[in-house]
Design a protein around this ligand. Structure first.
Ligand SMILES: [Zn+2]
Length: 387
């Protein structure tokens, strides 16, 4: 089967000769009669619910991607919609005044009633279309497959096609070019491949604070990528100045977010390097990917490290010993309750009412070992907090 990506067909082209059968609820033809919208394997039009059809038009007006559309090329003069029938029918019906959408003032507006600039915007929007050629069984098999596994393009590849223009061209030269000697350096911090647009996606994600689509839409026709490039460089420079050593666990971390959160704090790279080495050598640290944010945040949030906890056998053994001593002395088996002045002073807690605590905090070098384990009632354990 042969597939060709086409970006030259606009809404206007599609709507030329658009025919919609109100009785059967089907869009029938478009593209000056060349396009059959409803081949036998398609569902009926189900977008006429005042939401999905409206969303299609809203997306066009906001410059958001409509997604891929697939045509089966039967002959030069005959195309069938394989996937995208609902979207195409929504567009055709709107342009033919079959339904209205709300404008900024909450007024229902038919196509003929909106500003001519908006009409032009809609009509000139190109669609992203794959034309497929193959035998009928091939096409049907493949149609079944795309409906299960989705489309072969990833998000950023689709965005690049949708927002094609000078900005994307420049951005791809910088971030999707495996000849760029910086890629090697960047690969220490970014996962994925430059070819599949993973670096570009990360750069856009960082500069736009995860608002990639609106960002690309706004900058689409700009002929420089200074902001994108400068922001990306700032993040990378910051990371590589704070963390002198490159560790494999750094790849794919949320460096953009870390940069925004911590860049105003001063760090001593020499000390940071020692902290990384120390934590990497600590057998109780289960999550090494958390080490970097743990250090950036000032060594407070041990949850990031997923520190090994005491096992059940250790807890039970410490509980038994602690409770025996407490009963002999007539005091609570929670050492902190025992020195309190309330009614829990002599309370013997059940095992399930207590939690294990590090006597010497893990962060101060205390080991997760039976010698450093103490059982506290849940209230006191929680009060001792995050250590
Ligand atoms: Zn207690």
């Amino acid at each position: 089967m042969k597939t060709t990506l086409r970006t030259d067909i606009t809404v206007k082209d599609i709507c030329e000769g658009f025919v919609y059968n109100e009785l059967e609820g089907k869009g029938l033809f478009g593209l000056s009669g060349k396009l059959t919208i409803q081949p036998e394997y398609q569902r009926n039009y189900i977008y006429a619910d005042g939401q999905k059809d409206v969303a299609v038009i809203d997306s066009i007006l906001k410059g958001y991607p409509l997604g891929l559309i697939y045509f089966n090329k039967v002959s030069d003069d005959n195309l069938e919609v394989l996937d995208g029938q609902q979207r195409i029918t929504s567009i055709g019906r709107y342009v033919n005044n079959k339904f209205a959408i709300k404008d900024e003032n909450g007024m229902q507006q038919y196509f003929s009633g909106i500003a001519s600039t908006k009409q032009e915007l809609i009509l000139n929007t190109p669609l992203l279309i794959y034309e497929c050629e193959g035998t009928e069984p091939e096409i049907k098999n493949w149609f079944r497959t795309i409906n299960i596994v989705g489309v072969p393009l990833n998000n950023q590849e689709i965005n690049n096609a949708v927002f094609s223009g000078p900005f994307v061209t420049l951005a791809k030269e910088e971030f999707s070019n495996s000849q760029n000697s910086n890629i090697q350096k960047w690969s220490a911090y970014i996962s994925g491949s430059a070819n599949r647009q993973d670096y570009l996606e990360r750069a856009l994600d960082w500069v736009s604070k995860s608002q990639i689509v609106p960002y690309m839409s706004i900058h689409r026709y700009e002929s420089n990528i200074n902001e994108l490039k400068n922001y990306f460089t700032s993040v990378i420079d910051w990371v590589s100045s704070v963390f002198k050593d490159v560790e494999s666990e750094m790849r794919g971390l949320e460096w953009g977010r870390f940069y925004e959160t911590y860049r105003k704090k001063p760090y001593n790279p020499q000390k940071v390097s020692e902290q990384v080495k120390h934590l990497y050598a600590d057998p109780y640290v289960k999550n090494r990917r958390g080490v970097f944010e743990y250090i950036l945040g000032g060594l407070n949030d041990t949850k990031l490290l997923d520190v090994r906890v005491f096992d059940e056998a250790t807890k039970k053994s410490v509980y038994t010993k602690q409770t025996k001593v407490a009963e002999e002395k007539g005091i609570s088996n929670c050492p902190l309750c025992a020195i309190s002045n309330n009614s829990n002073k002599t309370k013997i807690w059940k095992l399930k009412e207590m939690d294990a605590d590090h006597v010497t905090a893990w962060s101060k070098g205390g080991e997760t070992d039976i010698k450093n384990c103490e059982m506290l009632c849940k209230t006191h354990n929680r009060a001792k907090g995050n250590k």
